[in-house]
Ligand binder design. Structure first.
Ligand code: 5RP
Length: 219
C-alpha cells in the first residue's frame, strides 16, 4: 500500500514527461508541486525557466536556481503544471487549499495546456466535499459570506491567512457542486470576490493521477 506522499512523488516524476524542451513553463503551488519542483531541478538545463503562481513556489524555484519570469514578460506558456484539492471526471477542479488560487487561475489561463498532478484521494464523482476556497477583498468579507449562505453554503473565514495579493480566504462548506461551470460564474459575479476556487471554465486538459495500481494519464 503506497502512502499519499508516495503517490504524490509518483505523479511529480511523471509530470516531467509534459515539460517541453527549451520552454518557459507555468508552475503551481502546494505539496505535490513542491515535489515536482525538486524533479524539475534535475532537468533545469533543459528549460528556459518558469512562471510561478505563488511567492512560496517562486522561493523554491529560485533556491534551485531555476529562472523565474514575471508573467507580463511572457507571451506564451506551453504548459502549466499544478495540483488540485479535488478533481472530477470532467477534469473540473477545486483549488485554493494553499490560498494561491487567483495567481493559479491567471497562469492557467495563459497556458496552452493545464496538466493536473493529483493522487487518487482527490479524484471524485462530485466536487464539494473539500470546502470551496474563495479569495475576497477584505472589506467585502461579510457581504460575500451572506451571499454564499444564499447559495446554500456554510462560509468560514480562513483564520490568520492573507493571500499573496493582500486579501482573505473564505472556505465554503456543505456545497454539492452539480454544475461547476455555472457556480463558478455565479460566485465570480458577487462584488468583492476576486476569484472562486472552482476551475471549471478553465479545467485541466490532462490529469496525471497517482493510483495504487500505478500512474494513469487521463484526458
Ligand atoms: C494551492 C492549490 C493546490 O494545488 C492544492 O491545494 C493541492 O495542494 P497539495 O498538492 O498540497 O495537496 O490549489 O492553492
Amino acid at each position: 500500500m503506497l502512502t499519499q506522499d508516495q503517490l504524490k512523488l509518483a505523479v511529480a516524476k511523471k509530470a516531467l514527461e509534459f515539460v517541453p524542451e527549451d520552454a518557459i513553463i507555468g508552475v503551481g503551488t502546494g505539496s505535490t508541486v513542491n515535489l515536482f519542483i525538486e524533479e524539475l531541478a534535475g532537468i533545469k538545463g533543459r528549460i528556459k525557466g518558469a512562471v510561478s503562481s505563488s511567492e512560496a513556489s517562486t522561493a523554491r524555484l529560485k533556491a534551485h536556481h531555476i529562472p523565474v519570469f514575471d508573467l507580463n514578460e511572457v507571451e506564451k506558456l506551453p504548459v502549466y503544471i499544478d495540483g488540485a484539492d479535488e478533481i472530477n471526471h470532467h477534469l473540473h477542479m477545486i483549488k485554493g487549499g494553499g490560498a494561491a488560487l487567483t495567481r493559479e487561475k491567471i497562469v492557467a489561463g495563459v497556458a496552452d495546456e493545464f496538466v493536473c498532478i493529483a493522487d487518487e484521494n482527490k479524484y471524485v464523482a462530485m466536487l464539494g466535499a473539500f470546502p470551496l476556497p474563495i479569495e475576497v477583498i477584505p472589506m467585502a468579507r461579510s457581504y460575500v459570506a451572506r451571499q454564499l449562505v444564499k447559495l446554500g453554503g456554510h462560509p468560514e473565514l480562513r483564520q490568520g491567512v492573507v493571500t499573496d495579493n493582500g486579501n482573505v480566504i473564505i472556505d465554503v462548506h456543505g456545497l454539492q457542486i452539480m454544475k461547476p461551470v455555472e457556480l463558478e460564474e455565479t460566485i465570480n459575479h458577487i462584488a468583492g470576490v476576486v476569484t472562486c476556487g472552482l476551475f471549471a471554465r478553465r479545467r485541466a486538459d490532462v490529469l496525471v493521477l497517482g493510483r495504487q495500481s500505478g500512474v494513469q494519464v487521463l484526458r
